[in-house]
Ligand binder design. Structure first.
Ligand SMILES: Nc1ncnc2c1ncn2[C@@H]1O[C@H](COP(=O)(O)OP(=O)(O)OP(=O)(O)O)[C@@H](O)[C@H]1O
Ligand SMILES: [Mg+2]
Length: 312
Protein backbone atom coordinates (compact mmCIF):
# COMPACT_ATOMS: atom_id res chain seq x y z
CA UNK A 1 0.00 0.00 0.00
CA UNK A 2 3.01 2.28 0.33
CA UNK A 3 4.20 3.83 3.54
CA UNK A 4 4.63 7.39 4.66
CA UNK A 5 8.12 8.75 5.21
CA UNK A 6 8.33 11.56 7.70
CA UNK A 7 11.54 13.59 7.73
CA UNK A 8 12.06 16.10 10.53
CA UNK A 9 14.83 18.61 11.14
CA UNK A 10 17.34 16.59 9.15
CA UNK A 11 20.90 17.96 8.87
CA UNK A 12 23.79 16.32 7.04
CA UNK A 13 27.43 17.41 6.99
CA UNK A 14 30.69 15.94 5.82
CA UNK A 15 33.34 17.30 8.17
CA UNK A 16 33.00 21.10 8.13
CA UNK A 17 30.82 21.08 5.02
CA UNK A 18 27.09 21.32 5.74
CA UNK A 19 25.24 19.72 2.82
CA UNK A 20 21.73 20.70 3.92
CA UNK A 21 20.17 21.57 7.25
CA UNK A 22 16.84 21.38 9.03
CA UNK A 23 15.07 19.55 6.21
CA UNK A 24 11.51 18.59 7.11
CA UNK A 25 8.99 17.00 4.77
CA UNK A 26 6.49 14.17 4.58
CA UNK A 27 6.38 11.87 1.58
CA UNK A 28 2.70 10.87 1.60
CA UNK A 29 2.01 7.13 1.38
CA UNK A 30 1.39 5.97 -2.17
CA UNK A 31 2.19 9.31 -3.80
CA UNK A 32 4.93 10.28 -6.23
CA UNK A 33 7.28 13.05 -5.16
CA UNK A 34 10.12 14.62 -7.12
CA UNK A 35 13.21 16.27 -5.62
CA UNK A 36 14.86 18.98 -7.67
CA UNK A 37 17.93 21.10 -7.07
CA UNK A 38 21.09 22.33 -8.75
CA UNK A 39 23.97 19.91 -9.10
CA UNK A 40 25.81 19.39 -5.83
CA UNK A 41 22.98 20.46 -3.50
CA UNK A 42 22.86 17.03 -1.91
CA UNK A 43 19.96 15.25 -3.61
CA UNK A 44 21.82 11.96 -3.82
CA UNK A 45 23.02 12.41 -0.23
CA UNK A 46 19.36 12.89 0.75
CA UNK A 47 18.28 9.60 -0.85
CA UNK A 48 21.16 7.76 0.79
CA UNK A 49 20.18 9.22 4.15
CA UNK A 50 16.59 8.00 3.67
CA UNK A 51 17.77 4.40 3.22
CA UNK A 52 20.15 4.68 6.16
CA UNK A 53 23.36 4.45 4.13
CA UNK A 54 24.43 7.84 5.48
CA UNK A 55 23.88 9.03 9.03
CA UNK A 56 22.58 12.57 9.56
CA UNK A 57 23.98 14.76 12.35
CA UNK A 58 20.52 15.82 13.50
CA UNK A 59 16.88 15.01 12.87
CA UNK A 60 14.82 11.91 12.21
CA UNK A 61 13.49 9.80 9.34
CA UNK A 62 10.37 7.94 10.44
CA UNK A 63 9.26 5.01 8.31
CA UNK A 64 6.45 2.74 9.49
CA UNK A 65 6.78 4.22 12.96
CA UNK A 66 10.53 3.70 13.30
CA UNK A 67 13.27 6.31 13.19
CA UNK A 68 15.72 4.68 10.81
CA UNK A 69 18.54 7.05 11.75
CA UNK A 70 18.61 5.32 15.15
CA UNK A 71 18.44 1.71 13.97
CA UNK A 72 21.25 -0.80 14.31
CA UNK A 73 22.60 -2.51 11.21
CA UNK A 74 20.49 -5.65 11.75
CA UNK A 75 17.16 -3.77 12.00
CA UNK A 76 18.17 -1.51 9.15
CA UNK A 77 18.64 -4.61 6.98
CA UNK A 78 14.99 -5.48 7.63
CA UNK A 79 13.73 -1.98 6.87
CA UNK A 80 15.73 -1.88 3.64
CA UNK A 81 13.58 -4.68 2.23
CA UNK A 82 10.80 -2.11 1.96
CA UNK A 83 12.93 -0.10 -0.46
CA UNK A 84 13.67 -0.37 -4.14
CA UNK A 85 16.54 1.98 -4.94
CA UNK A 86 18.09 3.05 -8.21
CA UNK A 87 21.36 4.80 -7.42
CA UNK A 88 22.63 7.53 -9.70
CA UNK A 89 25.47 5.39 -11.08
CA UNK A 90 23.25 2.31 -11.44
CA UNK A 91 25.53 0.40 -9.04
CA UNK A 92 25.43 -2.84 -11.05
CA UNK A 93 27.97 -5.58 -10.32
CA UNK A 94 30.39 -5.44 -13.24
CA UNK A 95 31.23 -9.14 -13.30
CA UNK A 96 27.60 -10.33 -13.22
CA UNK A 97 25.25 -10.68 -16.17
CA UNK A 98 22.22 -8.39 -16.28
CA UNK A 99 20.07 -11.39 -15.37
CA UNK A 100 22.13 -12.13 -12.25
CA UNK A 101 22.28 -8.47 -11.31
CA UNK A 102 18.50 -8.19 -11.42
CA UNK A 103 18.03 -11.54 -9.63
CA UNK A 104 20.45 -10.51 -6.88
CA UNK A 105 17.99 -8.92 -4.39
CA UNK A 106 15.68 -11.94 -4.74
CA UNK A 107 18.51 -14.38 -4.02
CA UNK A 108 19.80 -12.20 -1.18
CA UNK A 109 16.52 -11.39 0.57
CA UNK A 110 14.09 -14.21 -0.26
CA UNK A 111 13.99 -18.02 -0.37
CA UNK A 112 12.13 -18.15 -3.64
CA UNK A 113 12.99 -21.09 -5.94
CA UNK A 114 15.00 -20.31 -9.10
CA UNK A 115 11.94 -20.93 -11.28
CA UNK A 116 10.02 -18.19 -9.47
CA UNK A 117 13.06 -15.90 -9.56
CA UNK A 118 13.29 -16.44 -13.30
CA UNK A 119 9.65 -15.50 -13.78
CA UNK A 120 10.04 -12.27 -11.80
CA UNK A 121 13.35 -11.26 -13.40
CA UNK A 122 12.05 -11.79 -16.94
CA UNK A 123 8.84 -9.92 -16.12
CA UNK A 124 10.81 -6.88 -14.90
CA UNK A 125 13.28 -7.06 -17.80
CA UNK A 126 10.36 -7.10 -20.19
CA UNK A 127 8.85 -4.11 -18.42
CA UNK A 128 11.97 -2.00 -19.02
CA UNK A 129 12.61 -3.35 -22.54
CA UNK A 130 15.67 -5.50 -21.83
CA UNK A 131 14.48 -8.89 -23.05
CA UNK A 132 17.28 -10.51 -25.03
CA UNK A 133 20.04 -8.82 -23.02
CA UNK A 134 19.97 -11.28 -20.09
CA UNK A 135 23.52 -12.57 -20.58
CA UNK A 136 25.17 -9.20 -21.28
CA UNK A 137 27.64 -7.77 -18.79
CA UNK A 138 27.12 -4.15 -17.62
CA UNK A 139 30.33 -3.14 -19.43
CA UNK A 140 28.98 -4.35 -22.76
CA UNK A 141 25.82 -2.27 -22.93
CA UNK A 142 24.88 1.41 -23.30
CA UNK A 143 24.44 3.78 -20.37
CA UNK A 144 20.68 3.89 -20.98
CA UNK A 145 20.48 0.11 -20.84
CA UNK A 146 22.42 0.07 -17.57
CA UNK A 147 19.96 2.59 -16.17
CA UNK A 148 17.04 0.40 -17.16
CA UNK A 149 18.71 -2.68 -15.68
CA UNK A 150 19.05 -0.72 -12.42
CA UNK A 151 15.35 0.13 -12.61
CA UNK A 152 14.41 -3.52 -13.11
CA UNK A 153 16.57 -4.50 -10.15
CA UNK A 154 14.95 -1.84 -7.96
CA UNK A 155 11.53 -3.36 -8.65
CA UNK A 156 12.04 -7.11 -8.14
CA UNK A 157 11.19 -7.15 -4.44
CA UNK A 158 7.86 -5.35 -4.97
CA UNK A 159 9.04 -2.46 -2.82
CA UNK A 160 6.73 -0.23 -0.83
CA UNK A 161 9.12 2.68 -1.20
CA UNK A 162 10.83 3.44 -4.49
CA UNK A 163 13.76 5.85 -4.69
CA UNK A 164 15.08 6.68 -8.14
CA UNK A 165 18.17 8.88 -8.50
CA UNK A 166 18.01 10.43 -11.98
CA UNK A 167 16.33 7.48 -13.69
CA UNK A 168 16.07 9.55 -16.87
CA UNK A 169 19.66 10.74 -17.23
CA UNK A 170 21.32 9.14 -20.22
CA UNK A 171 18.02 8.21 -21.84
CA UNK A 172 16.80 9.64 -25.14
CA UNK A 173 13.56 11.72 -25.10
CA UNK A 174 11.39 8.86 -26.32
CA UNK A 175 12.67 6.56 -23.59
CA UNK A 176 12.16 9.31 -21.03
CA UNK A 177 8.53 9.54 -22.13
CA UNK A 178 8.16 5.75 -21.78
CA UNK A 179 9.88 5.85 -18.41
CA UNK A 180 7.54 8.57 -17.13
CA UNK A 181 4.53 6.58 -18.26
CA UNK A 182 6.02 3.48 -16.62
CA UNK A 183 6.41 5.35 -13.32
CA UNK A 184 2.83 6.67 -13.41
CA UNK A 185 1.44 3.22 -14.33
CA UNK A 186 3.53 1.45 -11.70
CA UNK A 187 2.40 3.90 -9.05
CA UNK A 188 -1.25 3.34 -9.99
CA UNK A 189 -0.77 -0.44 -9.92
CA UNK A 190 1.37 -1.03 -6.84
CA UNK A 191 0.69 2.18 -4.94
CA UNK A 192 4.23 2.39 -3.60
CA UNK A 193 5.60 5.67 -2.25
CA UNK A 194 7.97 7.20 -4.82
CA UNK A 195 10.74 9.75 -4.52
CA UNK A 196 12.46 10.62 -7.77
CA UNK A 197 15.46 12.87 -8.22
CA UNK A 198 15.56 14.38 -11.67
CA UNK A 199 16.98 17.30 -13.64
CA UNK A 200 14.30 16.93 -16.30
CA UNK A 201 11.85 19.77 -15.78
CA UNK A 202 9.28 18.41 -18.20
CA UNK A 203 9.15 15.18 -16.18
CA UNK A 204 9.04 17.08 -12.91
CA UNK A 205 6.03 19.02 -14.18
CA UNK A 206 4.04 16.02 -15.41
CA UNK A 207 4.78 13.03 -13.23
CA UNK A 208 4.63 13.75 -9.49
CA UNK A 209 2.00 14.59 -6.93
CA UNK A 210 4.55 16.61 -4.95
CA UNK A 211 7.69 18.57 -5.74
CA UNK A 212 10.58 19.62 -3.51
CA UNK A 213 13.50 21.90 -4.23
CA UNK A 214 16.87 21.89 -2.48
CA UNK A 215 18.99 25.02 -2.78
CA UNK A 216 21.65 26.72 -0.69
CA UNK A 217 21.73 24.01 1.94
CA UNK A 218 18.00 24.17 2.54
CA UNK A 219 14.76 22.68 1.37
CA UNK A 220 13.29 25.82 -0.25
CA UNK A 221 9.85 24.33 -0.69
CA UNK A 222 8.05 21.00 -0.68
CA UNK A 223 4.39 20.54 -1.50
CA UNK A 224 1.72 19.58 -4.04
CA UNK A 225 2.94 20.00 -7.62
CA UNK A 226 0.40 22.68 -8.48
CA UNK A 227 1.63 24.78 -5.58
CA UNK A 228 5.22 24.75 -6.84
CA UNK A 229 4.31 25.04 -10.51
CA UNK A 230 2.41 28.23 -9.83
CA UNK A 231 4.73 29.56 -7.13
CA UNK A 232 6.13 33.09 -7.21
CA UNK A 233 9.12 32.12 -5.07
CA UNK A 234 12.11 33.27 -7.22
CA UNK A 235 14.24 30.12 -6.83
CA UNK A 236 11.29 27.82 -7.52
CA UNK A 237 10.22 29.86 -10.55
CA UNK A 238 13.70 29.98 -12.00
CA UNK A 239 14.27 26.28 -11.59
CA UNK A 240 10.92 25.07 -12.88
CA UNK A 241 11.20 27.34 -15.91
CA UNK A 242 14.86 26.54 -16.59
CA UNK A 243 15.92 30.20 -16.76
CA UNK A 244 19.32 31.81 -16.38
CA UNK A 245 17.83 34.85 -14.65
CA UNK A 246 17.27 34.42 -10.95
CA UNK A 247 19.05 33.47 -7.74
CA UNK A 248 20.64 30.30 -9.15
CA UNK A 249 23.88 30.87 -11.07
CA UNK A 250 26.52 28.63 -12.62
CA UNK A 251 28.53 28.77 -9.42
CA UNK A 252 25.17 28.08 -7.77
CA UNK A 253 24.93 31.40 -5.93
CA UNK A 254 24.87 34.87 -7.40
CA UNK A 255 25.36 38.07 -5.45
CA UNK A 256 22.22 39.71 -4.14
CA UNK A 257 22.43 42.90 -6.25
CA UNK A 258 22.62 40.98 -9.51
CA UNK A 259 19.67 38.80 -8.55
CA UNK A 260 17.54 41.80 -7.66
CA UNK A 261 18.32 43.48 -10.97
CA UNK A 262 17.48 40.34 -12.96
CA UNK A 263 14.26 39.74 -11.10
CA UNK A 264 13.15 43.34 -11.60
CA UNK A 265 13.60 42.91 -15.36
CA UNK A 266 11.90 39.55 -15.29
CA UNK A 267 8.91 40.28 -13.12
CA UNK A 268 6.84 42.54 -15.34
CA UNK A 269 6.54 40.35 -18.45
CA UNK A 270 6.25 37.03 -16.62
CA UNK A 271 3.34 38.22 -14.51
CA UNK A 272 1.29 37.87 -17.67
CA UNK A 273 -1.58 35.41 -17.38
CA UNK A 274 -0.68 31.84 -18.26
CA UNK A 275 3.06 32.25 -17.73
CA UNK A 276 2.88 29.94 -14.75
CA UNK A 277 0.53 27.57 -16.51
CA UNK A 278 -0.11 24.30 -14.79
CA UNK A 279 1.09 21.42 -16.97
CA UNK A 280 -1.46 18.59 -17.00
CA UNK A 281 -0.51 15.54 -15.00
CA UNK A 282 0.35 12.35 -16.84
CA UNK A 283 -2.43 9.75 -16.40
CA UNK A 284 -2.08 5.97 -16.10
CA UNK A 285 -2.36 4.14 -19.41
CA UNK A 286 -5.50 2.42 -20.72
CA UNK A 287 -6.73 -0.48 -18.61
CA UNK A 288 -5.03 0.73 -15.45
CA UNK A 289 -7.48 1.89 -12.86
CA UNK A 290 -6.72 5.07 -10.98
CA UNK A 291 -6.31 4.90 -7.24
CA UNK A 292 -8.97 6.75 -5.20
CA UNK A 293 -6.57 9.52 -4.21
CA UNK A 294 -6.63 10.72 -7.82
CA UNK A 295 -10.07 12.12 -7.22
CA UNK A 296 -8.67 14.32 -4.47
CA UNK A 297 -5.73 15.39 -6.61
CA UNK A 298 -8.00 16.30 -9.51
CA UNK A 299 -10.20 18.53 -7.38
CA UNK A 300 -7.16 20.13 -5.73
CA UNK A 301 -5.82 20.99 -9.19
CA UNK A 302 -9.15 22.30 -10.40
CA UNK A 303 -9.22 24.56 -7.35
CA UNK A 304 -5.79 26.04 -8.03
CA UNK A 305 -6.76 26.49 -11.70
CA UNK A 306 -9.76 28.54 -10.62
CA UNK A 307 -7.51 30.61 -8.34
CA UNK A 308 -5.02 31.12 -11.15
CA UNK A 309 -7.69 32.37 -13.51
CA UNK A 310 -9.16 34.64 -10.81
CA UNK A 311 -5.70 36.08 -10.05
CA UNK A 312 -4.89 36.81 -13.68
N1 LIG B 1 30.58 10.24 0.97
C1 LIG B 1 30.84 11.55 0.88
N2 LIG B 1 31.84 12.12 1.56
C2 LIG B 1 32.10 13.45 1.50
N3 LIG B 1 31.39 14.31 0.75
C3 LIG B 1 30.37 13.81 0.03
C4 LIG B 1 30.05 12.41 0.05
N4 LIG B 1 28.97 12.21 -0.75
C5 LIG B 1 28.65 13.43 -1.26
N5 LIG B 1 29.49 14.39 -0.79
C6 LIG B 1 29.39 15.83 -1.10
O1 LIG B 1 28.06 16.25 -0.85
C7 LIG B 1 27.67 17.24 -1.81
C8 LIG B 1 26.35 16.86 -2.42
O2 LIG B 1 26.54 15.72 -3.26
P1 LIG B 1 25.35 14.99 -4.01
O3 LIG B 1 25.97 13.87 -4.79
O4 LIG B 1 24.29 14.61 -3.05
O5 LIG B 1 24.81 16.14 -4.97
P2 LIG B 1 23.59 16.04 -6.00
O6 LIG B 1 22.60 17.09 -5.63
O7 LIG B 1 23.10 14.64 -6.09
O8 LIG B 1 24.29 16.49 -7.37
P3 LIG B 1 24.03 15.97 -8.90
O9 LIG B 1 22.79 16.66 -9.36
O10 LIG B 1 25.22 16.45 -9.63
O11 LIG B 1 23.90 14.47 -8.86
C9 LIG B 1 28.83 17.36 -2.79
O12 LIG B 1 29.57 18.50 -2.44
C10 LIG B 1 29.63 16.10 -2.57
O13 LIG B 1 30.97 16.32 -2.83
MG1 LIG C 1 23.12 13.22 -7.50
Amino acid sequence: MGVEICVEGLTKSFGQQVIWQDVSLTLPAGEVSVMLGPSGTGKSVFLKTLVGLLKPERGSVRIAGRDITKLREHDLYEVRKLFGVLFQDGALFGSMSLYDNIAFPLREHTRKPESEIRRIVLEKMDMVGLIGAEEKLPGEISGGMRKRAGLARALVLDPEIILFDEPDSGLDPVRVAYLNQLIVDLNAQIDATFLIVTHDIASARQVPDNIGLLFRRELVMFGPREKLLTSDEPVVRQFLNGRMQGPIGMAEEKDAAQVEQELAQLDAPTKAPGSQALTPRLLPGPGISRPPRWQAIASREAESHRKEVADA
